[in-house]
Write a protein that binds this ligand. Structure first.
Ligand code: NAP
Length: 287
């Protein structure tokens, strides 16, 4: 049985749906915090069990009988997030799983300028030293973050923020499908996967141009100094870690941390990964 955690979240839900296309439902289990949100999956024959990463006993129950466990990283960062991931790794080992998969990131590094990468790096280190066969999915930057960064540009054409760099924006749907392909063909990647990204890295000015092309409204890129951007968030009362993440995203992208592209995702999908033009057109259509 393949267990997917976080199946009430975007990535985990997508992976579960893609597994259902490839495997009988009785070979799929999900570990979720709120089973009510996964009632439809239970109705389709998926085993649904409740677990919270801070409660090892609940993880043991949810992972019972697992051959592989996909640990979808939790949003919690730092030592707390690492502790939650450690609990999940230990529970998978105790359940006798043959292989662990983990939703890591293309820019994983303890030296990244983007703080979430430190937790991914520490978790990959836990996996490496666990002695268990594992696959770290080096996922590209979520494309929906680009839509969020563009924000008001959908109405005004103005793209405002600190100087950035190119990012190989990748959709949840493509990453979920790739994860399901890897789970269904157990062991094709041992350790970190190649970087799983779309085919093109685009910066905010280029995204603005794409948007202009789709809307017919001219695009204008306004660059704000990092410190001015930070001061705006401080004045808005945002928590320090949230601010560090936002500022760090721009600094890391300027340094090229998210610029790599790789054909591996396309090879897994058997088609071109979704391009940002399509993503932005979808956002516009939904507005
Ligand atoms: N590649 C990227 O660019 C990128 C960007 C942002 C985040 N990420 C990482 O990728 C992960 C998955 O992305 P996503 O979009 O699917 O996020 P999401 O929709 O927020 O899903 C996260 C899932 O983790 C579950 N979860 C959180 N804390 C938990 C805990 N303590 N115990 C058990 N389950 C817990 C959530 O449960 P509930 O459904 O009950 O809330 C949710 O199902 C994120 O959590 C984050 O670590 C990657």
């Amino acid at each position: 049985m393949i267990i997917v955690t976080g199946a009430t979240g975007q990535l985990g839900r997508g992976v579960t749906e893609e597994l259902l296309k490839r495997l009988p439902a009785e070979q799929i289990g999900v570990s979720v915090r709120d089973t009510d949100k996964a009632r439809d999956l239970a109705g389709r024959g998926v085993r649904v069990r409740q677990a919270e990463f801070s409660d090892p006993a609940s993880l043991s129950r949810a992972f019972e009988g697992a051959t592989q466990v996909l640990i979808v990283s939790v949003g919690t960062l730092g030592q707390e997030g690492l502790k939650l991931h450690r609990n999940a790794i230990e529970a998978a080992r105790e359940a006798g799983a043959r292989r662990l998969l983990y939703s890591s990131h293309m820019a994983v590094s303890p030296h990244s300028l983007f703080p979430p990468m430190w937790t991914h790096a520490a978790t990959e280190e836990l996996l490496r030293t666990s002695g268990m066969p594992y696959t770290a999915l080096r996922n590209g930057f979520y494309a929906n973050s680009a839509a969020w960064l563009l924000g008001p540009a959908f109405q005004t054409g103005e793209v405002s923020g600190p100087q950035d760099g190119p990012v190989s924006w990748t959709t949840h749907a493509d990453l979920a499908e790739a994860a399901a392909v890897i789970l269904a063909d157990e062991g094709q990647f041992d350790g970190p996967t190649p970087t799983l990204t779309s085919s093109q890295a685009l910066d905010l000015a280029q995204l603005g141009e794409l948007l202009a092309d789709l809307t017919g409204r001219p695009s204008r890129r306004v660059t704000v100094p990092d410190e001015q951007y930070r001061a705006g968030m401080v004045a808005a009362g945002l928590p320090e870690m949230r601010i560090d993440i936002s500022v760090g995203l721009f600094a890391a992208s300027r340094r090229g941390e998210f610029a790599a592209t790789d054909p591996a995702l396309g090879a897994l999908l058997g088609r071109e990964p979704t391009a940002m033009r399509e993503v932005l057109a979808g956002v516009l259509a939904a507005r």
